[in-house]
Design a protein around this ligand. Structure first.
Ligand code: PGA
Length: 253
């Protein structure tokens, strides 16, 4: 047994207006009001953040952003600073999601800068890593993850990263309906925990929550959560519906 509290997060991606986000968030807060053994976070689009914050601030549901830009302010049209995110009520920020890497040119270097900026502003980074299908087929999964972790976390001390959350999201499982089997996921989570131990020490390795992401749904969460190194989930599609997401949060393993 470990004492890592499960963390289940919903990434709403580019879905829902502010009004729709508030409606789903309120419903969710109601449905999970009795849950004390799981940390619950939702990441609605930027335009909904402060509205959702007002709607859920008295509840146990916590708020996160889906991305940030590392500068404090400046002529960066279309970007959102960490201070703006904090002032919208967020405690968390998702960094390096595979869709950002795939469509918006994010690299391990930009991920590194974003982590630094999140930490400097008191935000907890939820750092996403994962291999593509081709990389898995080429038996390259562990090399890719090793590189993503080493470059993404370069220059940080164990103290800096005490609160970080990692999310292992195999790219081939995101939005495809294909979930990694619980054994496949466990194998990778174990690898990641060992890597964190080598880089940052036993204490951080033991306390870092490593989430699984990629087609998580009510039907597979129990089995995933029964694995010793899987500490939660980053849920896309199935988090858009409050009832479905609540049944994931109420998983039984
Ligand atoms: P999915 O997305 O649950 O829809 O596969 C997961 C994610 O992208 O975080």
């Amino acid at each position: 047994m470990n004492n890592r509290k499960p963390f289940i997060a919903g990434n709403w991606k580019m879905y829902k207006t502010a009004a729709e986000s508030v409606e789903t968030a309120k419903k969710l807060a109601c449905l999970v009001s009795g849950v004390i053994n799981v940390d619950v976070m939702i990441a609605p689009p930027f335009t909904a953040l402060s509205h959702v914050y007002e709607a859920i601030k008295e509840s146990s549901v916590m708020l996160g952003a889906q991305n940030l830009f590392w500068e404090k302010e400046g002529a960066y049209t279309g970007e959102i600073s960490p201070g703006m995110i904090v002032s919208s009520g967020c405690r968390y920020v998702i960094i390096g999601h595979s869709e950002r890497r795939q469509y918006f040119g994010e690299t391990d270097q930009t991920v590194n800068k974003k982590i630094r900026s999140a930490l400097n502003n008191g935000l907890v980074p939820v750092i996403c890593i994962g291999e593509t299908e081709n990389e898995r087929d080429a038996a390259d999964t562990f090399n890719i993850l090793d590189k993503q972790i080493k470059m993404g976390l370069e220059g940080f001390s164990p103290y800096d990263l005490e609160q970080m959350i990692l999310a292992y999201e195999p790219v081939w499982a995101i939005g495809t309906g294909k979930t990694a089997t619980s054994d496949q996921a466990q194998e990778v989570h174990r690898f990641l925990r060992n890597l964190i131990e080598t880089l940052l020490g036993k204490k951080i390795a033991g306390s870092t929550r490593i989430l699984y992401g990629g087609s998580v749904k009510p039907e597979n969460i129990g089995e995933l959560m029964s694995m010793p190194d899987i500490d939660g989930a980053l849920v896309g599609g199935a988090s858009l519906d409050a009832e479905k997401f609540a049944s994931i949060i109420n998983f039984k393993s």
